[in-house]
Design a protein around this ligand. Structure first.
Ligand code: SAH
Length: 239
């Protein structure tokens, strides 16, 4: 069964967005994954299709209502095969920061139900009652969960079986071995006086591997020392 994404949003027209192009778009056309945007507003009950209200306790902005959002979530679950459980994710700056490891887990499953917040966020009671897993894409605030959902899905879809042309790219990448990736070079041989590092054109594959590994370690030490403490406890670098 192909990976199935259902996205709850007030802006279904934002999907598939950039995922309709390039490798993800072609995979979508081929049915290697599917994407169903669901309009949360369709689950409102009043004439104006209101989905939000003012925050209890006062303050700025509006909050997505728990009753409306839970109805939308329940409708999706009702149509799902009960034997196939998809994780329910809520895009949220308060969530656990997304990692390549979590992306791999999600990609290995049957799909995902993704809730996109808007305004100030969603009523806490629906997060608790429907056991939504809060996922953040970084320590900054977006105006809505849609670009965060598209980002998560981009990361997931590109590693689905058969989506990336060259199955080997994806193995050496940043984070996969707990390290940032080494620098890349291609023609021309000289660019504004700068040569390609000689080892890369030496044809010595052992030396090239060692250089790449050393560069990956150097960059990680300089830029993301936090990854090195994780790397020792996780998987070895893939060769
Ligand atoms: N008042 C909230 C921010 C709301 S931003 C707070 O301070 O925590 C509106 C919506 O955008 C959120 O509900 C969430 O769905 C989405 N969003 C914003 N930043 C995000 C991030 N870094 N990661 C994932 N989703 C984010």
């Amino acid at each position: 069964m192909a990976f199935r994404a259902t996205v709850l949003t007030l802006y279904p027209e934002m999907f598939p967005g950039h995922l309709g192009h390039s490798l993800a778009g072609r995979a979508l056309e081929r049915g290697q994954w599917s994407l169903e945007p669901v309009q949360i507003r369709d689950f409102a009950e009043d004439r104006h299709r209101t989905v939000d209200d003012t925050p209890a306790g006062g303050g700025a902005g509006m909050v997505l209502r728990a009753d409306i959002l839970s109805r939308a979530i329940d409708q999706i679950s009702k149509n799902d095969d009960p034997a196939i459980v998809r994780p329910r994710l809520l895009m949220s700056p308060r969530g656990r920061p997304l990692t390549q490891a979590r992306v791999r887990e999600i990609a290995g499953g049957p799909g995902a139900v993704i809730v996109c917040g808007r305004f100030e966020g969603v009523d806490q009671r629906v997060i608790d009652a429907r056991a939504l897993e809060e996922v953040s894409i970084g320590d900054y605030i977006l105006s809505g969960g849609e670009p965060a959902a598209l980002t998560l899905l981009d990361a997931v879809v590109r590693i689905l079986p058969g989506v990336m042309g060259n199955a080997l790219s994806g193995v050496h990448e940043s984070f996969e071995g707990g390290l940032l990736e080494h620098p890349h070079y291609t023609r021309p041989q000289v660019f504004e006086g700068q040569e390609i590092p000689a080892v890369l054109t030496s044809g010595n594959h052992g030396a090239i591997e060692r250089w790449r590994r050393a560069e990956a370690e150097r960059l990680t030490r300089e830029r993301r020392p936090d990854l090195l403490s994780d790397a020792s406890s996780s998987q070895p670098v893939t060769k």
